[in-house]
Design a protein around this ligand. Structure first.
Ligand code: MD3
Ligand code: FE
Length: 221
């Protein structure tokens, strides 16, 4: 009997699943990457929301989005009957969007680096709030001034099924479950792929309650 036969686990899965999953040529899921900073992220989020509360916005087509939005950073994404755009001021308060908390910026930059994008400098963080039933239909993100920078997305609270499509709306999409603390980084050739979120299922998250919150960091300008 060779010593190899004593390696009982030679052909089974390792105990820990890979922490970094590739979902596209230049797209990565970093499982649990936000968890070490959670106790700093949540108070910073509360402070942003005190100045710029969640609100539901209307699309150019006249539909009220099921997802409620806020923003921080120099530029915030907004929509109304006249179109989608980035603004320097919160249209609801007339005030500049709250500054991006340093811990948000550091986390987004570290995640981008982990996925191979050095020196990501986001100037915008869109904050999406999904109650159970809320969804985001397949779309492309193309309101940004340049597509050279990646996008970093942080998932908190209730789980979501993310849809990662192709370059045409009709292309088949892959389903990627996103859990509390997961970060996804998209860039390069994947930057203009269609994507969306299936309706969030009812549930209770011990830290976030009955909601999913997603931060989307972008270089908008
Ligand atoms: C994939 N938000 O706000 S994460 C959005 O979970 C948005 O709230 C979703 O799509 C959410 O626009 C998905 C972000 C995301 C952003 C840009 C992408 C995923 C992307 C660009 C290309 C491919
Ligand atoms: Fe998007």
């Amino acid at each position: 009997m060779s010593p190899d036969n004593f390696d009982l686990f030679a052909d089974v899965e390792p105990e820990q699943p890979p922490r970094r999953e590739q979902i596209g040529e230049q797209s990565w899921v970093l499982r649990g990457f936000a968890l070490p900073l959670l106790d700093q992220l949540l108070p910073a989020l509360e402070a942003v929301l005190a100045a710029a509360p969640f609100r539901q916005m209307v699309t150019p087509g006249g539909f009220t989005m099921s997802v409620a939005l806020s923003s921080c950073g120099t530029l915030g994404w907004t929509t109304d009957r006249s179109g989608y755009r980035y603004t320097r001021h919160d249209p609801q308060t007339g005030q500049p969007w709250p500054a991006m908390p340093a811990v948000f910026f550091e986390l987004a930059q570290a995640a981008a680096r982990e996925a191979g994008f050095a020196d990501f400098v986001p100037d915008s963080c869109l904050i999406n709030r999904y109650a159970p039933g809320a969804k985001m239909s397949l779309h492309q993100d193309k309101d940004e001034g340049s597509f050279g920078a990646p996008i970093v997305s942080v998932s908190l609270g209730l789980p979501a099924m993310f849809l990662f499509g192709g370059f045409e709306r009709s292309d088949k999409s892959q389903r990627v479950p996103l859990l509390h603390g997961d970060i996804v980084v998209w860039g390069g050739v994947d930057r203009l792929r269609y994507h969306g979120v299936l309706p969030i299922k009812q549930g209770h998250h011990p830290k976030l309650g009955e909601q999913r919150i997603n931060f989307t960091f972008r270089t908008a300008q």
